[in-house]
Design a protein around this ligand. Sequence first.
Ligand SMILES: [Zn+2]
Length: 158
Amino acid sequence: MPDKKFEEFIKGLEELIIKEGFNLDGWSDQKIFLERAFKAGRKAQREDMVNEEIADKHRTTFMTDLEKQAVEFMKVNGHEVGNGDLVAQANEVAFDLAMEEELARGVMFEFCGDEYCEDCKGWDGKSDRCDCGDFRVYWTYDGCDFRNMVIYALAETL
Ligand SMILES: [Zn+2]
C-alpha cells in the first residue's frame, strides 16, 4: 500500500488535473494519468510536479510483488533501474553477477558436453571455445529468475 504522504501527493495531482480542466477518466491507466498530470502541471506552470520522481512513485503503485523485488534487487546491487521490463533487468544483473563470481575463481570450468572432448582442460569462462577447441561454450542459467538463478556452462551444439 502506498504511504499516506504518497496518497496525498497523488490526490494533489488529481486535484490539479481537475482544476486545470482535464478529467480523471481512465486514471488507473498510469500512462493516461501521467500524461494528464504532465499537461495539467504545464498548464499550471508547475512542472516541478511532473518530474521523474513522480513517474517513479506512480509506477511503484502499479508494480507486482515480483517487480518490486526486482527493483530492490537492483538497488541492493548498485544498479540503476531502467525503463521497461523490470524482472528482465534484474535477471540480467543477477546473471552478470553470477558470471563475475564464477570468473573470479580463475579456474577452468567443466561444461555440459565436455564428456565429448578428449584431453580437454575445460573452458575459461570467457573464450568462444573450450580449451581443445571442439566446442563453442557459453554461460546459461537455471531457475526462473533473479531470485534463484544458477548459472552453468553449456556447449552450444548440445
Ligand atoms: Zn574441449
